[in-house]
Design a protein around this ligand. Structure first.
Ligand SMILES: Cc1cc2nc3c(=O)[nH]c(=O)nc-3n(C[C@H](O)[C@H](O)[C@H](O)COP(=O)(O)OP(=O)(O)OC[C@H]3O[C@@H](n4cnc5c(N)ncnc54)[C@H](O)[C@@H]3O)c2cc1C
Length: 404
Protein backbone atom coordinates (compact mmCIF):
# COMPACT_ATOMS: atom_id res chain seq x y z
CA UNK A 1 0.00 0.00 0.00
CA UNK A 2 1.28 3.46 -0.97
CA UNK A 3 0.42 6.65 0.92
CA UNK A 4 -1.17 8.28 -2.14
CA UNK A 5 -3.15 7.17 -5.24
CA UNK A 6 -5.01 8.85 -8.05
CA UNK A 7 -8.20 7.03 -7.06
CA UNK A 8 -9.31 5.09 -3.98
CA UNK A 9 -12.44 2.96 -4.30
CA UNK A 10 -14.25 1.90 -1.15
CA UNK A 11 -16.00 -1.47 -1.60
CA UNK A 12 -15.22 -4.37 -3.95
CA UNK A 13 -18.72 -5.24 -5.18
CA UNK A 14 -19.66 -5.05 -8.87
CA UNK A 15 -19.70 -1.22 -8.79
CA UNK A 16 -16.27 -0.88 -7.16
CA UNK A 17 -14.54 -3.53 -9.28
CA UNK A 18 -15.74 -2.09 -12.60
CA UNK A 19 -14.75 1.44 -11.51
CA UNK A 20 -11.32 0.14 -10.44
CA UNK A 21 -10.81 -1.76 -13.70
CA UNK A 22 -11.89 1.21 -15.85
CA UNK A 23 -9.69 3.74 -14.03
CA UNK A 24 -6.68 1.37 -13.97
CA UNK A 25 -7.04 0.61 -17.70
CA UNK A 26 -6.79 4.36 -18.31
CA UNK A 27 -3.42 4.37 -16.54
CA UNK A 28 -4.48 5.85 -13.19
CA UNK A 29 -3.00 4.51 -9.94
CA UNK A 30 -5.92 2.83 -8.18
CA UNK A 31 -6.49 1.27 -4.76
CA UNK A 32 -9.69 -0.67 -4.07
CA UNK A 33 -10.35 -1.56 -0.44
CA UNK A 34 -12.79 -4.16 0.88
CA UNK A 35 -13.71 -4.62 4.54
CA UNK A 36 -14.45 -8.34 4.23
CA UNK A 37 -11.74 -10.97 4.08
CA UNK A 38 -13.30 -12.62 1.03
CA UNK A 39 -14.68 -10.61 -1.86
CA UNK A 40 -18.27 -11.62 -2.69
CA UNK A 41 -18.95 -13.57 0.50
CA UNK A 42 -21.45 -13.63 2.18
CA UNK A 43 -23.87 -13.22 -0.71
CA UNK A 44 -27.01 -11.15 -0.33
CA UNK A 45 -28.50 -11.50 -3.78
CA UNK A 46 -30.84 -13.59 -5.95
CA UNK A 47 -28.08 -13.41 -8.58
CA UNK A 48 -30.21 -12.77 -11.69
CA UNK A 49 -28.83 -10.55 -14.48
CA UNK A 50 -29.64 -9.69 -18.08
CA UNK A 51 -27.26 -11.32 -20.55
CA UNK A 52 -26.96 -8.42 -22.97
CA UNK A 53 -26.06 -5.91 -20.28
CA UNK A 54 -23.65 -8.23 -18.52
CA UNK A 55 -21.69 -8.84 -21.73
CA UNK A 56 -20.97 -5.11 -21.96
CA UNK A 57 -18.72 -5.50 -18.94
CA UNK A 58 -17.37 -9.03 -18.83
CA UNK A 59 -17.23 -12.10 -21.06
CA UNK A 60 -19.57 -14.77 -19.60
CA UNK A 61 -17.68 -17.62 -17.95
CA UNK A 62 -19.20 -20.99 -17.03
CA UNK A 63 -17.36 -20.87 -13.68
CA UNK A 64 -19.78 -18.23 -12.39
CA UNK A 65 -22.93 -18.98 -14.38
CA UNK A 66 -25.30 -21.38 -12.61
CA UNK A 67 -28.23 -21.20 -15.03
CA UNK A 68 -28.93 -19.88 -18.50
CA UNK A 69 -32.53 -18.71 -18.30
CA UNK A 70 -34.90 -18.82 -21.27
CA UNK A 71 -37.87 -16.97 -19.84
CA UNK A 72 -39.99 -15.93 -16.87
CA UNK A 73 -43.29 -17.19 -15.52
CA UNK A 74 -45.28 -14.68 -13.54
CA UNK A 75 -48.17 -15.82 -11.34
CA UNK A 76 -51.07 -13.55 -10.33
CA UNK A 77 -52.81 -14.11 -6.96
CA UNK A 78 -55.51 -16.34 -8.54
CA UNK A 79 -52.87 -18.51 -10.26
CA UNK A 80 -53.14 -16.96 -13.73
CA UNK A 81 -49.73 -17.35 -15.37
CA UNK A 82 -48.08 -14.99 -17.84
CA UNK A 83 -45.07 -16.34 -19.66
CA UNK A 84 -42.37 -14.16 -21.10
CA UNK A 85 -40.15 -16.37 -23.19
CA UNK A 86 -36.86 -15.93 -24.96
CA UNK A 87 -38.13 -14.57 -28.31
CA UNK A 88 -39.04 -11.37 -26.50
CA UNK A 89 -35.40 -10.34 -26.36
CA UNK A 90 -34.12 -12.09 -29.46
CA UNK A 91 -33.01 -15.15 -27.50
CA UNK A 92 -31.15 -13.07 -24.93
CA UNK A 93 -32.69 -13.39 -21.50
CA UNK A 94 -30.64 -13.86 -18.40
CA UNK A 95 -28.16 -15.72 -16.28
CA UNK A 96 -28.31 -16.73 -12.67
CA UNK A 97 -24.83 -16.15 -11.30
CA UNK A 98 -22.71 -17.62 -8.54
CA UNK A 99 -21.87 -14.25 -7.02
CA UNK A 100 -19.20 -15.55 -4.70
CA UNK A 101 -17.17 -16.43 -7.80
CA UNK A 102 -18.49 -13.62 -10.01
CA UNK A 103 -17.54 -10.78 -7.62
CA UNK A 104 -14.09 -12.28 -7.19
CA UNK A 105 -13.70 -12.58 -10.98
CA UNK A 106 -14.56 -8.88 -11.36
CA UNK A 107 -12.01 -7.93 -8.69
CA UNK A 108 -9.44 -10.11 -10.46
CA UNK A 109 -10.11 -8.20 -13.71
CA UNK A 110 -9.45 -4.92 -11.91
CA UNK A 111 -6.20 -6.30 -10.46
CA UNK A 112 -5.19 -7.54 -13.91
CA UNK A 113 -5.76 -4.00 -15.22
CA UNK A 114 -3.34 -2.70 -12.58
CA UNK A 115 -5.48 -1.80 -9.56
CA UNK A 116 -4.22 -2.67 -6.07
CA UNK A 117 -6.81 -4.60 -4.05
CA UNK A 118 -6.74 -4.78 -0.26
CA UNK A 119 -9.14 -7.01 1.67
CA UNK A 120 -9.81 -6.82 5.41
CA UNK A 121 -9.41 -3.08 4.98
CA UNK A 122 -12.27 -0.92 6.22
CA UNK A 123 -12.77 2.77 5.44
CA UNK A 124 -13.51 4.53 8.73
CA UNK A 125 -13.77 8.13 7.50
CA UNK A 126 -12.86 10.54 4.72
CA UNK A 127 -9.93 12.95 4.78
CA UNK A 128 -11.32 16.45 4.11
CA UNK A 129 -9.31 19.56 3.25
CA UNK A 130 -10.75 22.95 2.22
CA UNK A 131 -14.10 21.52 1.18
CA UNK A 132 -12.55 18.70 -0.87
CA UNK A 133 -12.38 14.96 -0.18
CA UNK A 134 -8.65 14.24 -0.22
CA UNK A 135 -8.42 10.60 0.80
CA UNK A 136 -9.61 7.88 3.16
CA UNK A 137 -8.86 6.83 6.72
CA UNK A 138 -8.64 3.06 6.83
CA UNK A 139 -8.28 0.28 9.37
CA UNK A 140 -6.25 -2.77 8.30
CA UNK A 141 -5.43 -5.62 10.68
CA UNK A 142 -5.83 -3.40 13.75
CA UNK A 143 -3.71 -0.51 12.39
CA UNK A 144 -5.08 2.81 11.10
CA UNK A 145 -3.71 4.58 8.03
CA UNK A 146 -4.42 7.84 6.18
CA UNK A 147 -4.27 7.27 2.41
CA UNK A 148 -4.48 10.26 0.11
CA UNK A 149 -6.25 10.30 -3.28
CA UNK A 150 -7.19 12.84 -5.92
CA UNK A 151 -10.62 11.19 -6.19
CA UNK A 152 -12.49 8.84 -3.85
CA UNK A 153 -15.26 6.61 -5.19
CA UNK A 154 -17.81 5.35 -2.65
CA UNK A 155 -19.00 1.86 -3.72
CA UNK A 156 -19.83 0.61 -0.23
CA UNK A 157 -23.26 -0.84 -0.94
CA UNK A 158 -26.70 -0.45 0.55
CA UNK A 159 -25.44 0.28 4.07
CA UNK A 160 -23.12 2.98 2.71
CA UNK A 161 -21.55 5.42 5.14
CA UNK A 162 -19.32 7.15 2.60
CA UNK A 163 -22.16 9.31 1.28
CA UNK A 164 -23.08 10.45 4.77
CA UNK A 165 -19.43 11.22 5.64
CA UNK A 166 -19.29 13.39 2.50
CA UNK A 167 -22.50 15.24 3.41
CA UNK A 168 -24.69 13.57 0.76
CA UNK A 169 -28.21 12.65 1.87
CA UNK A 170 -28.56 8.92 1.15
CA UNK A 171 -31.09 8.18 3.88
CA UNK A 172 -33.95 5.87 2.87
CA UNK A 173 -37.47 5.99 4.29
CA UNK A 174 -39.16 2.66 5.19
CA UNK A 175 -41.49 3.13 2.18
CA UNK A 176 -38.43 3.18 -0.04
CA UNK A 177 -36.77 -0.04 1.05
CA UNK A 178 -37.70 -3.60 0.12
CA UNK A 179 -36.81 -5.97 2.93
CA UNK A 180 -35.70 -9.30 1.53
CA UNK A 181 -35.18 -12.85 2.75
CA UNK A 182 -33.93 -15.73 0.70
CA UNK A 183 -33.18 -19.44 0.97
CA UNK A 184 -30.94 -21.47 -1.30
CA UNK A 185 -33.02 -24.65 -1.59
CA UNK A 186 -32.67 -28.11 -3.06
CA UNK A 187 -35.59 -30.20 -4.22
CA UNK A 188 -38.05 -27.56 -5.47
CA UNK A 189 -38.31 -29.47 -8.76
CA UNK A 190 -38.70 -26.28 -10.82
CA UNK A 191 -37.94 -26.19 -14.54
CA UNK A 192 -34.36 -24.86 -14.49
CA UNK A 193 -34.96 -22.91 -17.72
CA UNK A 194 -37.28 -20.38 -16.07
CA UNK A 195 -37.38 -17.75 -13.38
CA UNK A 196 -40.64 -17.70 -11.42
CA UNK A 197 -42.36 -14.71 -9.85
CA UNK A 198 -45.41 -14.72 -7.57
CA UNK A 199 -47.18 -11.43 -6.96
CA UNK A 200 -50.09 -10.39 -4.75
CA UNK A 201 -50.60 -8.76 -1.40
CA UNK A 202 -51.24 -11.99 0.43
CA UNK A 203 -48.08 -13.70 -0.80
CA UNK A 204 -45.78 -10.62 -0.77
CA UNK A 205 -47.24 -7.23 0.22
CA UNK A 206 -46.12 -4.66 -2.38
CA UNK A 207 -43.39 -6.98 -3.56
CA UNK A 208 -42.92 -10.45 -4.97
CA UNK A 209 -41.61 -13.94 -4.38
CA UNK A 210 -38.88 -15.09 -6.77
CA UNK A 211 -37.52 -18.51 -7.59
CA UNK A 212 -34.34 -18.42 -9.62
CA UNK A 213 -32.78 -21.70 -10.84
CA UNK A 214 -29.19 -22.39 -9.76
CA UNK A 215 -28.60 -25.68 -11.59
CA UNK A 216 -28.61 -29.25 -10.19
CA UNK A 217 -32.08 -28.90 -8.66
CA UNK A 218 -30.96 -25.91 -6.61
CA UNK A 219 -32.85 -22.61 -6.55
CA UNK A 220 -32.80 -19.24 -4.85
CA UNK A 221 -36.26 -18.88 -3.29
CA UNK A 222 -36.71 -15.39 -1.93
CA UNK A 223 -39.07 -12.56 -1.18
CA UNK A 224 -38.93 -8.78 -1.14
CA UNK A 225 -41.70 -6.78 0.53
CA UNK A 226 -42.21 -3.10 1.22
CA UNK A 227 -41.65 -2.66 4.95
CA UNK A 228 -44.32 0.04 5.09
CA UNK A 229 -47.06 -2.26 3.70
CA UNK A 230 -46.43 -5.51 5.52
CA UNK A 231 -47.53 -4.51 9.04
CA UNK A 232 -45.96 -6.47 11.90
CA UNK A 233 -44.93 -9.46 9.82
CA UNK A 234 -41.42 -9.70 8.46
CA UNK A 235 -40.21 -10.91 5.04
CA UNK A 236 -39.07 -14.23 6.53
CA UNK A 237 -42.63 -14.92 7.77
CA UNK A 238 -44.05 -14.56 4.25
CA UNK A 239 -41.21 -16.61 2.79
CA UNK A 240 -41.79 -19.46 5.25
CA UNK A 241 -45.53 -19.43 4.48
CA UNK A 242 -44.79 -19.61 0.74
CA UNK A 243 -42.27 -22.43 1.11
CA UNK A 244 -44.55 -24.44 3.46
CA UNK A 245 -47.39 -24.22 0.96
CA UNK A 246 -45.47 -24.79 -2.28
CA UNK A 247 -42.32 -26.76 -1.46
CA UNK A 248 -42.91 -28.60 1.82
CA UNK A 249 -40.31 -31.26 0.95
CA UNK A 250 -37.54 -28.98 -0.32
CA UNK A 251 -34.46 -28.42 1.89
CA UNK A 252 -32.83 -25.15 2.95
CA UNK A 253 -29.07 -25.01 2.38
CA UNK A 254 -28.35 -21.30 2.94
CA UNK A 255 -30.22 -18.25 4.12
CA UNK A 256 -29.67 -14.54 3.66
CA UNK A 257 -31.51 -11.35 4.47
CA UNK A 258 -30.95 -7.81 3.27
CA UNK A 259 -32.46 -4.58 2.07
CA UNK A 260 -32.82 -3.15 -1.41
CA UNK A 261 -33.29 0.59 -1.98
CA UNK A 262 -36.31 1.21 -4.24
CA UNK A 263 -36.46 4.99 -3.77
CA UNK A 264 -35.48 6.06 -7.30
CA UNK A 265 -32.72 8.54 -8.10
CA UNK A 266 -31.34 10.54 -5.20
CA UNK A 267 -30.63 14.25 -5.63
CA UNK A 268 -26.87 14.31 -5.47
CA UNK A 269 -24.13 11.70 -5.94
CA UNK A 270 -21.00 13.90 -6.07
CA UNK A 271 -19.09 16.37 -3.94
CA UNK A 272 -15.66 17.89 -4.56
CA UNK A 273 -13.27 14.93 -4.97
CA UNK A 274 -15.89 12.17 -4.53
CA UNK A 275 -18.43 10.12 -6.51
CA UNK A 276 -20.95 7.60 -5.15
CA UNK A 277 -21.84 4.56 -7.25
CA UNK A 278 -24.06 1.46 -7.16
CA UNK A 279 -26.24 0.69 -4.14
CA UNK A 280 -24.36 3.41 -2.22
CA UNK A 281 -25.92 5.87 -4.70
CA UNK A 282 -29.32 4.05 -4.51
CA UNK A 283 -29.08 3.07 -8.19
CA UNK A 284 -31.02 -0.22 -8.01
CA UNK A 285 -34.22 -0.65 -10.01
CA UNK A 286 -37.34 0.28 -8.00
CA UNK A 287 -39.49 -2.48 -9.55
CA UNK A 288 -37.20 -5.48 -9.59
CA UNK A 289 -34.71 -4.42 -6.92
CA UNK A 290 -31.99 -5.52 -9.36
CA UNK A 291 -28.82 -3.50 -8.94
CA UNK A 292 -25.88 -5.50 -10.30
CA UNK A 293 -25.97 -4.15 -13.85
CA UNK A 294 -26.71 -0.56 -12.80
CA UNK A 295 -23.83 -0.77 -10.32
CA UNK A 296 -21.50 -1.91 -13.11
CA UNK A 297 -22.73 0.79 -15.49
CA UNK A 298 -22.22 3.49 -12.85
CA UNK A 299 -18.78 2.06 -12.04
CA UNK A 300 -17.73 2.31 -15.66
CA UNK A 301 -18.93 5.92 -15.98
CA UNK A 302 -17.24 6.90 -12.70
CA UNK A 303 -13.93 5.28 -13.74
CA UNK A 304 -13.96 7.21 -17.03
CA UNK A 305 -14.94 10.49 -15.39
CA UNK A 306 -12.20 10.06 -12.76
CA UNK A 307 -9.70 9.82 -15.59
CA UNK A 308 -11.11 12.88 -17.43
CA UNK A 309 -11.17 14.98 -14.24
CA UNK A 310 -7.66 14.03 -13.11
CA UNK A 311 -6.29 14.62 -16.63
CA UNK A 312 -7.77 18.14 -16.57
CA UNK A 313 -6.50 18.75 -13.04
CA UNK A 314 -10.01 19.59 -11.85
CA UNK A 315 -11.73 17.21 -9.40
CA UNK A 316 -14.35 19.70 -8.24
CA UNK A 317 -18.09 19.08 -8.73
CA UNK A 318 -17.77 21.15 -11.92
CA UNK A 319 -15.75 18.32 -13.49
CA UNK A 320 -17.48 15.43 -11.71
CA UNK A 321 -20.86 16.66 -12.97
CA UNK A 322 -20.04 14.66 -16.09
CA UNK A 323 -20.68 11.55 -13.95
CA UNK A 324 -24.02 12.91 -12.63
CA UNK A 325 -25.16 13.85 -16.13
CA UNK A 326 -24.16 10.55 -17.72
CA UNK A 327 -25.69 8.19 -15.17
CA UNK A 328 -28.91 10.22 -14.91
CA UNK A 329 -29.52 10.11 -18.67
CA UNK A 330 -28.78 6.38 -18.92
CA UNK A 331 -29.56 4.20 -15.91
CA UNK A 332 -31.25 7.13 -14.15
CA UNK A 333 -33.84 7.36 -16.93
CA UNK A 334 -34.81 3.70 -16.41
CA UNK A 335 -34.79 4.09 -12.64
CA UNK A 336 -37.20 7.06 -12.83
CA UNK A 337 -39.58 5.17 -15.13
CA UNK A 338 -39.47 2.11 -12.89
CA UNK A 339 -40.31 4.26 -9.89
CA UNK A 340 -43.51 5.49 -11.58
CA UNK A 341 -44.54 1.91 -12.42
CA UNK A 342 -43.63 0.69 -8.91
CA UNK A 343 -45.70 3.40 -7.24
CA UNK A 344 -48.68 2.49 -9.43
CA UNK A 345 -48.49 -1.27 -8.99
CA UNK A 346 -47.89 -1.27 -5.25
CA UNK A 347 -51.29 0.45 -4.85
CA UNK A 348 -53.09 -2.39 -6.70
CA UNK A 349 -55.47 -4.77 -4.95
CA UNK A 350 -55.17 -8.49 -5.69
CA UNK A 351 -58.40 -8.22 -7.69
CA UNK A 352 -56.85 -5.56 -9.91
CA UNK A 353 -53.69 -7.64 -10.39
CA UNK A 354 -55.83 -10.64 -11.40
CA UNK A 355 -57.80 -8.60 -13.91
CA UNK A 356 -54.56 -7.27 -15.41
CA UNK A 357 -53.14 -10.80 -15.62
CA UNK A 358 -56.32 -12.06 -17.35
CA UNK A 359 -55.98 -9.43 -20.06
CA UNK A 360 -52.34 -10.39 -20.66
CA UNK A 361 -52.78 -14.17 -20.37
CA UNK A 362 -51.71 -16.01 -23.53
CA UNK A 363 -50.34 -12.83 -25.08
CA UNK A 364 -47.34 -13.29 -27.36
CA UNK A 365 -45.21 -10.42 -26.11
CA UNK A 366 -42.66 -10.75 -28.89
CA UNK A 367 -45.22 -9.90 -31.62
CA UNK A 368 -47.17 -7.31 -29.63
CA UNK A 369 -46.82 -3.65 -30.55
CA UNK A 370 -46.80 -0.98 -27.88
CA UNK A 371 -50.30 0.03 -29.04
CA UNK A 372 -51.60 -3.54 -28.60
CA UNK A 373 -50.11 -3.62 -25.13
CA UNK A 374 -51.66 -0.26 -24.20
CA UNK A 375 -55.03 -1.47 -25.49
CA UNK A 376 -54.80 -4.65 -23.41
CA UNK A 377 -53.89 -2.62 -20.33
CA UNK A 378 -56.69 -0.15 -21.02
CA UNK A 379 -59.21 -2.98 -21.27
CA UNK A 380 -57.97 -4.38 -17.97
CA UNK A 381 -57.90 -1.20 -16.01
CA UNK A 382 -58.57 2.30 -17.33
CA UNK A 383 -57.23 3.89 -14.18
CA UNK A 384 -53.89 2.16 -14.79
CA UNK A 385 -53.14 4.19 -17.89
CA UNK A 386 -54.01 7.39 -16.06
CA UNK A 387 -51.72 6.43 -13.17
CA UNK A 388 -48.92 5.68 -15.61
CA UNK A 389 -49.22 9.02 -17.44
CA UNK A 390 -45.94 10.23 -15.85
CA UNK A 391 -44.20 7.30 -17.51
CA UNK A 392 -45.47 8.19 -20.98
CA UNK A 393 -44.50 11.83 -20.42
CA UNK A 394 -40.99 10.69 -19.47
CA UNK A 395 -40.68 8.47 -22.53
CA UNK A 396 -41.83 11.25 -24.89
CA UNK A 397 -39.48 13.77 -23.22
CA UNK A 398 -36.58 11.32 -23.54
CA UNK A 399 -37.34 10.67 -27.23
CA UNK A 400 -37.49 14.43 -27.90
CA UNK A 401 -34.25 15.09 -25.99
CA UNK A 402 -32.63 12.22 -27.87
CA UNK A 403 -33.66 13.63 -31.27
CA UNK A 404 -32.39 17.11 -30.41
C1 LIG B 1 -31.94 -10.45 -1.20
C2 LIG B 1 -31.40 -9.66 -2.35
C3 LIG B 1 -31.57 -10.13 -3.64
C4 LIG B 1 -31.06 -9.42 -4.74
N1 LIG B 1 -31.19 -9.94 -5.98
C5 LIG B 1 -30.67 -9.30 -7.06
C6 LIG B 1 -30.74 -9.86 -8.36
O1 LIG B 1 -31.25 -10.96 -8.56
N2 LIG B 1 -30.21 -9.16 -9.38
C7 LIG B 1 -29.62 -7.95 -9.22
O2 LIG B 1 -29.19 -7.34 -10.21
N3 LIG B 1 -29.53 -7.40 -7.99
C8 LIG B 1 -30.02 -8.05 -6.90
N4 LIG B 1 -29.89 -7.51 -5.65
C9 LIG B 1 -29.19 -6.23 -5.50
C10 LIG B 1 -27.68 -6.40 -5.69
O3 LIG B 1 -27.20 -7.37 -4.79
C11 LIG B 1 -27.00 -5.05 -5.47
O4 LIG B 1 -27.66 -4.06 -6.19
C12 LIG B 1 -25.51 -5.08 -5.90
O5 LIG B 1 -24.77 -5.99 -5.14
C13 LIG B 1 -24.93 -3.67 -5.76
O6 LIG B 1 -23.56 -3.70 -6.02
P1 LIG B 1 -22.59 -2.66 -5.29
O7 LIG B 1 -21.23 -2.92 -5.80
O8 LIG B 1 -23.14 -1.30 -5.36
O9 LIG B 1 -22.66 -3.04 -3.73
P2 LIG B 1 -22.27 -4.40 -2.99
O10 LIG B 1 -22.32 -5.55 -3.89
O11 LIG B 1 -23.11 -4.43 -1.76
O12 LIG B 1 -20.75 -4.17 -2.57
C14 LIG B 1 -20.38 -3.24 -1.58
C15 LIG B 1 -19.07 -3.70 -0.97
O13 LIG B 1 -18.56 -2.66 -0.12
C16 LIG B 1 -17.98 -3.27 1.03
N5 LIG B 1 -17.90 -2.26 2.09
C17 LIG B 1 -18.96 -1.71 2.77
N6 LIG B 1 -18.51 -0.78 3.65
C18 LIG B 1 -17.15 -0.74 3.53
C19 LIG B 1 -16.12 0.00 4.19
N7 LIG B 1 -16.41 0.91 5.15
N8 LIG B 1 -14.83 -0.21 3.82
C20 LIG B 1 -14.53 -1.14 2.84
N9 LIG B 1 -15.47 -1.88 2.22
C21 LIG B 1 -16.76 -1.68 2.54
C22 LIG B 1 -18.93 -4.41 1.31
O14 LIG B 1 -18.33 -5.39 2.14
C23 LIG B 1 -19.23 -4.93 -0.09
O15 LIG B 1 -18.34 -5.93 -0.50
C24 LIG B 1 -30.39 -8.19 -4.52
C25 LIG B 1 -30.23 -7.71 -3.23
C26 LIG B 1 -30.72 -8.43 -2.14
C27 LIG B 1 -30.52 -7.90 -0.75
Amino acid sequence: MKSEYDVIIIGAGPAGSIAAKTAAQKGLSVLMIEKRQEIGDPVRCAEGVSKIWLRKHIEPDHRWICADVKGSRIYAPDGTMIEMAEEIAGGEVGYVLERKIFDRALAYESAKAGAEVMVKTRATDLIMENGFVKGVKVMHLGETYDIKAKIVIGADGVESKVGRWAGIDTSIKPVDIETCAQYLMSGTGIDQNYCYFYIGNEVAPAGYVWIFPKGNDLANVGIGILGSKSGEKKAIYYLDEFVKKNYPNARILEMDVGGVPVCGSIEKTIVNGLMLIGDAARQSDPITGGGIINAMEAGKIAGEVAYNAISKGDVSTRALKEYEDKWRTTIGYDIDNSLIVKNTFTSFTDKEINSLAHSLEGVNFSSMSLLDLLYALFKANKKLLWDLRGLFKNVVKYELDFER
